[in-house]
Design a protein around this ligand. Structure first.
Ligand code: ADP
Ligand code: ADP
Length: 227
């Protein structure tokens, strides 16, 4: 589904953010990237959806080099959730969830139906569809951010510290909810965190990064046995 072949990223100022990354992610896998701040996790995600260019090497998505794929099409196939989800403040929750539908000019009924269908996936009643982001708690807003990334039904979802800004209790419940959701949806997920507990709880495979390099990539069980 997603393959990194000897991927290196150096920023314009010379910072080597990612070095010789080699990794293959299978369809349906839930992979957590973990490591201290500055180790190259966000840079890796941004290369995948072409928000930044790769310096060396290649990333393949669905067996095609991402360089040969139209960036707009690519981003439609790759959901992206970040910590600062940035819901549109003047749009209702419904409009925020199906933002992609507006860009793709879906008919009104299709947007309506898709928003309802998606909201059912999380523990929020339907009346929230007509509310505005400021009327929601942080945890609820973050749920909407996840739904927004699912709206175009992308096979791959990148999540960069999606629950990082939440209090521990809300965070725990969102992790549980999301893990269940992931099983139902059968998506491939690449999840960035700096919290080992979160990684061990969620992932099929944990990729540990340090200074731009992968130092270990194993199942949670293997990581616990050989830390
Ligand atoms: P690229 O060309 O690979 O997208 P650039 O090196 O041109 O990346 O930087 C993109 C932006 O990020 C620039 O506006 C730059 O000022 C800013 N930036 C520079 N250094 C850092 C840093 N250490 N962390 C975050 N952003 C940075
Ligand atoms: P993480 O997500 O693991 O915290 P990042 O991928 O954001 O790490 O950053 C990796 C390295 O690249 C860090 O040294 C960071 O300062 C640097 N960096 C990030 N963005 C830029 C940029 N736009 N320009 C220059 N350096 C950057």
């Amino acid at each position: 589904m997603l393959e990194f072949n000897n991927v290196t990223k150096r920023y314009a100022d010379g910072t080597p953010a990612v070095k010789n990354l080699d990794l293959k992610i299978e369809k349906g896998e839930f992979v957590c990237f973990i490591g201290p701040s500055g180790c190259g996790k966000t840079t890796t995600m941004k290369m995948v959806n072409r928000l930044i260019d790769i310096t060396d090497g290649d990333i393949r998505f669905d067996d095609k080099s991402i360089k040969d794929q139209n960036p707009v099409e690519l981003r439609r196939s790759i959901g992206y959730v970040i910590q600062q989800i940035g819901l549109m403040p003047h749009m209702t929750i419904k409009e925020n969830i199906v933002l992609v539908g507006t860009l793709l000019k879906w008919p009104k009924e299709k947007k309506e139906q898709r928003a309802r269908e998606l909201l059912k996936l999380v523990d929020m009643p339907e009346e929230y569809l007509d509310k505005y982001p400021h009327e929601l708690s942080g945890g609820q807003q973050q749920r909407i951010g996840v739904l927004r990334a699912l709206a175009s039904n992308p096979p791959l979802i990148l999540m960069d510290e999606p629950f990082g800004a939440l209090d521990p209790i809300t965070r725990d419940s969102l992790q549980e909810e999301f893990k269940k959701l992931q099983k139902e949806l059968d998506k491939t997920i690449v999840f960035v965190t700096h919290d080992m507990d979160e990684a061990l709880k969620l992932a099929d495979r944990v990729v540990i990064m340090r200074d731009g390099e992968v130092v270990q990539a194993d199942t949670p069980d293997e990581i616990l046995r050989n830390p």
